[in-house]
Design a protein around this ligand. Sequence first.
Ligand code: THU
Length: 131
Amino acid sequence: MVKDLKEAAAAVRENAHAPYSGFKVGAAIRAASGTVYVGCNVENVAYPEGTCAEAGAIAAMVAAGETALTEAYVIAGSPMPVTPCGGCRQKLAEFGVGDVPVTMATTGGVEEFTTLGDLLPGAFGAAHMES
Ligand code: THU
């Protein structure tokens, strides 16, 4: 089921702009429609302006008019599967429920499986802002 996500994430990773860290990341998310959106990290010489792969994929999904994701896949050339950073966990949680599956992978073929809920337990959400 995640094979298309894996291929999409691995392919977009090649386009990552990561001249400062040398660490290329690719992300693919499946939206509620079934369409797959991809993103890669885009670094900047002003380091804090760089963006993560997950953020790019989310931006592509929202730009296409979708606001619900059902599955995510993240891949990097790391020694162990790359876990989404804290900020990306919150970004993903904005558009996915807790049981959304997230696959974390290395380019070497190692995969680990988790969920949005396990990545961000106790997530701050819209319910906290209800009056
Ligand atoms: N990075 C991502 O794109 N996603 C993650 O989940 C972890 C980190 C990027 C940000 C930066 O360009 C590089 O990896 C090193 O931190």
